[in-house]
Design a binder for this molecule. Structure first.
Ligand SMILES: [Zn+2]
Ligand SMILES: [Zn+2]
Length: 399
């Protein structure tokens, strides 16, 4: 069972500015010490240490990094209808160029997706919930490896982290939205993502006599241009399905030599869950047929990624109430579905949940996107996120 009760009594009399300073301190520590997916060892130890200071008992995942932790309800109400709150904790394999004094100290690794902020917000929520226990138990999930495919969430869910959980909330930093505003919407909010690899082989030969061999370059070019067209005709045009090639390589050594192999890598995204679930055979068939026109056998790697996150209508309503209680009605904004993928979808495949876009732009600096080396966030958003987590955990779902 849970450890409980040795919380520092000074937390109950917290001063808001002290709370904000603490959030900022946590965030900056994690920011300066980023760790890649599945390697978040120090980050996990840091989170565990802070939770233990609150009298909580964190538990690890089999993945080896990340952790989860339960906060009991007021008066030890029975552990049913648990509310889960999730933060992702991993960083990206890219350098930072934000100019912040607390920039990454790890070469080629940075928190350019704001997961350092998410982690600090959830630690802040833990503090608020311990100081004033909620009506239902709360499960905090500090999840590793969001930036991978199909994402650390899949394994966490398979381990049973949402068993007995009634609903779940996650927030993501949104640098295109001003601090003080949160995007809330019911229905799909992110898109699916699959990775496609195509490998072709031929005997190779002289470019003067392509008819005597199999032209790998021509076949790859037809697949690059042709597959998108096939997908356009075989999926509902309203599904927001987009194929983009990121790597094309035929490894040719000379302008007059047909290379004997080549490969393509790309991503296939869709705003539609049914397309995510059903399109793989169409992709395989189209690639194989396009290559066969050139007497080339194509091997296809189809690596299925996350489905779209679909926000539950009741949870979105509760989240809007939570945001309003923290930021006022003007803080509740709308949110469009993005074509980005998010492994929070593995939770919403299992239980009702909601994913919010938290404004982190100061409205003055030049906007920088997520996954950009210059990404910065306005730290006032940290307290907003912590308090929205806290408020959501205290609301009741209509029965
Ligand atoms: Zn990201
Ligand atoms: Zn992210």
């Amino acid at each position: 069972m849970l450890g409980r009760g040795k919380a520092d009594s000074s937390i109950k009399k917290r001063d808001p500015s002290e709370f904000e300073e603490r959030l900022s301190r946590w965030r900056r520590h994690i920011h300066a010490n980023p760790e890649l997916s599945f390697e978040e060892t120090e980050t996990t130890a840091f989170i565990a240490g802070e939770l233990e200071k609150l009298g909580l008992t964190p538990r690890g995942f089999k993945l080896g990094t990340g952790l989860w932790c339960d906060i009991p309800a007021a008066d030890d109400a029975p552990a049913k209808d648990v509310v889960a709150l999730r933060a992702d904790i991993d960083a990206l394999p890219m350098s930072e160029a934000s100019g912040e004094s607390f920039s990454s100290e790890a070469e080629g690794v940075s928190h350019s997706c704001g997961h350092d902020g998410h982690t600090a917000m959830l630690l802040g929520a833990a503090e608020l919930l311990v100081a004033d226990p909620p009506p239902r138990p709360v499960r905090l999930i500090f999840q590793p490896a969001e930036e991978t495919m199909p994402g650390g969430a899949k394994t966490c869910v398979e381990e049973g982290v949402v068993k007995g959980v009634d609903r779940i909330l996650a927030l993501h930093c949104d640098p295109h939205r001003k601090v003080g505003e949160v995007g809330v919407t019911a229905g799909p909010i992110t898109s699916s993502n699959a990775k496609i690899g195509v490998h072709v082989h031929s005997d190779g030969g002289h470019t003067a006599r392509p008819h005597e061999t199999q032209d790998t370059v021509h076949a790859l070019a037809q697949i690059v241009m042709g597959l998108g067209g096939v997908i356009d005709r075989r999926t509902d045009p309203r599904s927001g399905t987009v194929l983009t090639w990121g790597s094309v390589n035929a490894g040719g050594s000379a302008p007059n030599v047909i290379p004997d192999s080549g490969e393509l890598w790309g991503t296939l995204r869709s705003a539609d869950r049914d397309v995510w679930a059903t399109i793989e055979p169409i992709v395989r068939e189209a690639i194989e047929h396009l290559a066969a026109l050139y007497e080339i056998r194509a091997e296809v790697d189809y690596i299925q990624g996350v489905p779209p996150v679909v926000n539950d209508a009741d949870c979105a309503e509760l989240a809007a109430q939570a945001v309003e209680s923290v930021l006022g009605s003007e803080g509740v904004g709308s949110a469009d579905q993005s074509s980005g993928g998010e492994d929070f979808a593995w939770y919403t495949e299992e239980i009702p949940g909601v994913y919010l876009r938290l404004g982190v732009s100061d409205g003055e600096s030049e906007e920088t996107d997520l996954h950009h080396p210059g990404f910065v966030l306005d730290e006032r958003a940290l307290a907003h996120g912590a308090r929205i987590f806290d408020a959501f955990a205290r609301l009741h779902r209509a029965e």
